[in-house]
Design a protein around this ligand. Structure first.
Ligand SMILES: Cc1cc2nc3c(=O)[nH]c(=O)nc-3n(C[C@H](O)[C@H](O)[C@H](O)COP(=O)(O)O)c2cc1C
Length: 293
């Protein structure tokens, strides 16, 4: 079908539409092949990659509630060697038009540097997304994004390790996301993803299980519909403050939600939780956007 819209030019390349799969909700793409046509999307953001494999937290890893979902996957991933040797070659062989953004995580700054340094010359990768905002890890994740000095140090260290665009993914709980983003921009960030999940906890029902988490881990990240206005505001504040490209993420279920992020200044929009319930939602929204809807 011919498109009535122009592709999105950002991060040194062209995205056929602004719709991305959000990090951690689509594995490394392969998991969804046969279910959806990944090449109809603007791009795929991978699960977080750390230098060593991580088994993640104990089950249950997700709990639904009326406002959305709580997850504590614990950044489970096969590690750098497997991603470099198996997952990225699969993406290179199967994606012709959709772009690939690699989400990166670590427990110390050097972990991030190792991942972007090792993968930095892989031509299938359009950009790295630095996850400095995961609310369900004991070390790393959120603490890097909460401290502007450490965030600046981490961004600058990654900047020296790769020429690819660096996108910093921030938390919705920051008091002033614009100020935090400006610190990362000064250290070499090329853009931002707003937002990651909000920290939360839920307990099991029943007196016998008082104080027992519904997750295998004591806390998790809240995602889904309630994040929409939070992500839209954070997108606007970061875009206004830095002028750099923003990927809007949080609570997108339909084309109207995508428009909210685009109006706030986002260049691209990621979809996570709603696609876990119905994997074809991103493809449908991408087609509707391309058709001019
Ligand atoms: C099961 C699950 C796993 C996630 N894993 C990651 C991850 O590895 N890295 C990351 O930066 N964000 C991760 N996220 C956050 C999402 O990318 C996204 O920022 C968040 O869920 C908000 O979008 P949504 O409301 O569309 O789900 C994860 C979210 C979920 C629900």
């Amino acid at each position: 079908m011919s498109s009535s819209r122009s592709p999105v030019q950002v991060f040194g390349t062209s995205f056929q539409n602004p719709i991305l799969l959000a990090a951690g909700t689509a594995g490394f793409g392969r998991e969804l092949a046969g279910v959806i046509d990944l090449d109809r999307l603007g791009g795929v953001t991978t699960k977080a990659v750390s230098p060593e494999p991580r088994s993640g937290h104990a089950a249950p890893r997700v709990a639904e509630f009326p406002g959305g979902m709580l997850n504590a996957v614990g950044l489970a991933n096969p590690g750098l060697d497997h991603v470099a040797g198996t997952d990225l070659p699969w993406l290179a062989a199967h994606l012709k038009r959709a772009r690939v953004i690699v989400n990166v995580v670590g427990t110390v700054v050097e972990d991030y540097v190792k991942v972007v340094g090792r993968l930095g010359s892989d031509s299938v990768i359009t950009a790295f997304e630095l996850n400095v905002s995961c609310p369900n890890t004991a070390r790393g994740g959120e603490e890097f994004g909460a401290d502007e000095c450490i965030l600046g140090e981490l961004t600058a260290a990654c900047r020296s390790a790769t020429a690819k665009p660096l996108i910093v993914k921030l938390s919705p709980t920051l008091p002033d996301p614009g100020r935090t983003a400006a610190a990362a921009a000064a250290a070499g960030a090329d853009g931002f993803t707003l937002v990651n999940t909000i920290p939360g906890a839920l307990y099991r029902r029943g007196a016998a299980s008082t104080g027992v988490s519904r997750l295998g881990y004591a806390q998790g990240g809240v995602s889904g519909p309630a994040l929409l206005p939070i992500g839209v505001l954070a997108t606007r504040r970061v875009r206004e403050r830095t002028g750099l490209p923003v990927i809007g993420v949080g609570g997108v279920r339909r084309l109207e939600d995508v428009r909210q992020y685009l109006q706030a200044g986002a260049s691209l929009v990621g979809i996570g939780t709603s696609a876990l319930a119905d994997p074809r939602i991103p493809e449908r929204i991408a087609a509707a956007w391309e058709a001019g809807g």
